[in-house]
Design a protein. Structure first.
Length: 95
């Protein structure tokens, strides 16, 4: 009589699915280009406006320019956060 010994494979095979990255790196987006252009426009405007040589009050001061640049930065950070919120990470976190 022959006995057959059944061996059950208890290892589970997982197939690795590669998910494409949904968003591009920040340096390659039109958001960054628009952000940099807007910041430069605000900075140049702050330098040019009110610089007529007279001792008058500057209608677009450096304080206002910094405020607008801060608003632009917050908007850019929110836009990038929303763009990245649905994307998957490339790193494999096995913990």
């Amino acid at each position: 009589m022959s006995t057959t010994q059944q061996h059950h494979d208890t290892t589970t095979h997982h197939t690795e699915r590669s998910h494409g990255v949904e968003t591009r790196p920040a340096r390659r987006t039109t958001e960054l280009i628009a952000y940099v252009a807007a910041v430069l426009a605000v900075a140049v405007t702050a330098l040019v406006v009110g610089d007529d040589g007279e001792n008058t009050v500057d209608p677009f001061s450096a304080e206002q320019a910094l405020r607008y640049i801060t608003y632009l930065t917050i908007g850019y950070m929110i836009a990038r956060g929303l763009a990245k919120s649905g994307s998957r990470s490339n790193t494999r976190d096995n913990s």
